[in-house]
Write a protein that binds this ligand. Structure first.
Ligand code: G1P
Length: 292
């Protein structure tokens, strides 16, 4: 089994739920505690051994490209001022030269269309897809858990989580033939089914390890749910040939594509930080007191 070395990050979305902030900055640059959302996605990829990063962008996302590049003047100024820890923080937000690529998705035809644009860049090996809106708080980073399981499987893999019935229609949903611990043998996938038609209670979370055979189906450009080209449909179409496993990862996933989800994630990630948690606990007490 070859190593998963490449990851694709679809970041072309408009972020309309976060207007007016997203009028002039991409939503992936909104800070969760003190790091932009995209940093969490890239850190998770790196922790899973990813070495090459492709961002599928859209007009208005230039800040993302700058973010991962060098800032020689600032670096020089910080070095002169002896600000070692600020320099270290800057280094974290930098990808090695030649490792980050950017492709523009000019027409918003859906997630499947965004991934289809990665075909030439991906080449012949399995690759990861990370949707930065889905942020996972876990002991072991979610993608690293999947990469480990993928070594033994070699088929398409989608991360899954148990979703309450009243929210299942917002997800791609897997039809599970059998579960072996956290690995689920999948016999079907459907994008955003009506709640009463959902084949299981397991929704797809934005982490995938895909075989390049998925591109033959994406290339067809078949429209699915919402009139968009859906990644879920292409994976389903390739099921007979390549096989699909669901993976119920350990950890909690936050939907940072919505404002309430982002706020929820902010509290959870702040609580997980030893330098912030005590202040947060105090603030929570104060707020309860004020509310009473
Ligand atoms: C996308 C996928 C969907 C998946 C979801 C997870 O949907 O199409 O299958 O369940 O991400 O976040 P979106 O939320 O972009 O509509």
């Amino acid at each position: 089994m070859t190593k998963v070395r490449k990851a694709v990050f679809p970041v072309a979305g408009l972020g309309t739920r976060f207007l007016p902030a997203t009028k002039s900055i991409p939503k992936e640059m909104l800070p969760l505690v003190d790091r932009p959302l995209i940093q969490y996605a890239v850190d998770e990829a790196r922790a899973a051994g990813i070495e090459e990063f492709l961002f599928i962008t859209s007009p208005g996302k230039a800040a993302l490209e700058s973010y991962f590049g060098a800032v020689p003047l600032l670096e020089h100024q910080l070095a002169q001022a002896g600000k070692a820890s600020a320099l270290e923080t800057l280094a974290m937000a930098r990808l090695p030269e030649g490792c980050a690529s950017f492709i523009r998705q000019d027409s918003p035809l859906g997630l499947g269309h965004a991934i289809a644009l990665a075909e030439r860049w991906v080449g012949d090996d399995a690759f990861a897809v990370i949707l930065p809106d889905d942020v996972v708080l876990s002991e072991t980073p979610a993608l690293a858990q999947m990469v480990e399981a993928h070594r033994r499987l070699g088929c398409h893999m989608v991360a899954t989580e148990h979703v309450p019935a009243d929210r299942i229609s917002a997800y791609g949903v897997v039809d599970i033939e059998q579960a072996y611990g956290s690995v689920q043998r999948v016999r079907g996938l459907v994008e955003k089914p009506a709640a009463h038609e959902a084949p299981s209670a397991f929704g797809i979370v934005g982490r995938y390890i895909l075989q390049p055979s998925v591109f033959a189906h994406l290339r067809k450009g078949t429209r699915g749910s919402g009139g968009e080209i859906q990644l879920t449909d292409a994976i389903a179409a390739d099921l007979a040939q390549t096989g699909v496993a669901g993976f119920a990862f350990e950890g909690t996933r936050y939907d940072c594509g919505s404002v309430p989800g982002f706020v929820d994630a902010t509290v959870a990630f702040a609580q997980a930080r030893a330098d912030i948690a005590p202040k947060l606990a105090q603030a929570a007490k104060d707020h309860v007191y004020k509310a009473a």
